[in-house]
Design a protein around this ligand. Structure first.
Ligand code: FA5
Length: 340
């Protein structure tokens, strides 16, 4: 019996000295594990003289229960303390506003494309997607530029290692594809997409840039339709008060050909620099589809007529947002892209 009392005392003293949960669990193994001292003491009842067995067994069970209660209480305490510690040391204020996720956005080139597409959609134009890798025939010849035609000098071209396969220099070859696909139906489409030219890169010229081509073919399409379409477009994109000016020009695939300018607000401090003092800014080339091109598309020029236009959307974006260097578009500098 005195051994039991000593065991209880020692176990309680050691329990009191345990500083954390790990120490408590070690204590539990020592006293209540498979060969723990409390179990050994219970088993020891066999060696006790018969007349003392009963009181020894009762006492051993009492000690077992007392130690178990004490242990559970200490363990709960230790857990609570650990929780309190972590709540004060690693404090988390759930009422603070969360950290905002950095949200992505559309590239300015995509935004302006969608804006332009939306305006032409309102005017009844559908989008036709045409390939970026072209053949010489479609990029030049079928657009009324036979080999060695001097007009080809206007389009410095990237050639692939396959003879006759090139990167399109403009979206105009798409005119041939759409006419051949839809002939003899009337056509009213825009053809947006990337173009490539083997050019000196400057603040105004890149080797890759986007264009939006427009093509309208029907039985009585006239120059007035072209002018009305362009004026409606320019005023939607640049402002209702914009004046539009048409100058005669030359493209092999349109006859007559024009270039289109818009006036620039005189109170804009950039006006003089942008318009080189003229007050006018060029926004696109256009004209009536050349009879040769109509025929190459499958349409009889005696019966059908059409207009076409082509604009460079990076240049247009530069005008709209006063961007002074075209190289910003594909430089992937977030300080630039984040402004739109
Ligand atoms: C053409 O490409 C004609 N296909 C446009 C056309 C279509 C005329 C249909 C008539 C009928 P041009 O080479 O001028 O034309 O280019 C059209 C526009 O593309 C230019 O006004 C300019 O805005 C843009 N562009 C041309 N070269 C570059 C370049 N290197 N970098 C950025 N934009 C360019």
């Amino acid at each position: 019996m005195s051994d039991l009392a000593a065991l209880e005392q020692r176990a309680q003293a050691e329990l009191a000295a345990c500083g954390d949960e790990a120490a408590l669990r070690a204590w539990h193994t020592k006293y209540f594990g498979k060969s723990g001292e409390v179990l050994q003491a219970l088993k020891g009842v066999g060696a006790i003289p018969a007349d003392q067995k009963r009181s020894y067994g009762q006492e051993a069970n009492r000690i077992k229960q007392a130690l178990t209660h004490a242990y559970e209480a200490r363990l709960a305490d230790a857990k609570q303390q650990a929780l309190d510690r972590s709540l004060t040391a690693e404090m988390l204020d759930v009422t603070l506003p969360g950290r905002p996720m950095a949200r992505g956005r559309l590239h300015v080139a995509t935004k302006i494309m969608r804006e332009i597409t939306g305006i032409f959609a309102d005017l009844g134009f559908q989008v036709y997607r045409s390939r970026e890798v072209e053949d010489d025939l479609t990029n030049f010849e079928l657009l009324n530029m036979p080999p060695h035609h001097p007009a080809r000098d206007m389009w410095d071209t990237f050639h692939t290692t396959t003879p006759g396969v090139i990167l399109r220099t403009h979206t105009s070859p798409g005119q041939i594809h759409v006419m051949r696909e839809l002939c003899p139906e009337p056509i009213r489409v825009i053809l947006p997409g990337m173009c490539y030219r083997y050019e000196q890169i400057t603040t105004r010229s890149e080797i890759q840039f986007q264009q939006v081509e427009g093509l309208c073919v029907g039985e009585s399409v006239a120059m007035t339709d072209l002018k009305g379409t362009i004026i409606a477009f320019a005023r939607r994109l640049f402002g209702q008060e914009r004046q539009v000016r048409f100058r005669s020009s030359y493209f092999p695939f349109t006859e007559p050909s024009i270039e289109v300018d818009i006036d620039w607000p005189k109170d804009d401090p950039n006006a003089d620099r942008l318009t080189k003092g003229t007050g006018w800014l060029e926004i696109m080339g256009a004209g009536m589809v050349h009879p040769v091109v109509l025929r190459n598309g499958g349409y009889d020029p005696e019966q059908f007529s059409g207009f076409a236009f082509g604009m460079g959307t990076q240049r247009i974006t530069m005008l709209k947002y006063a961007i002074d260097d075209i190289r910003q578009f594909w430089a992937n500098d977030l300080r630039f892209l984040g402004q739109f």
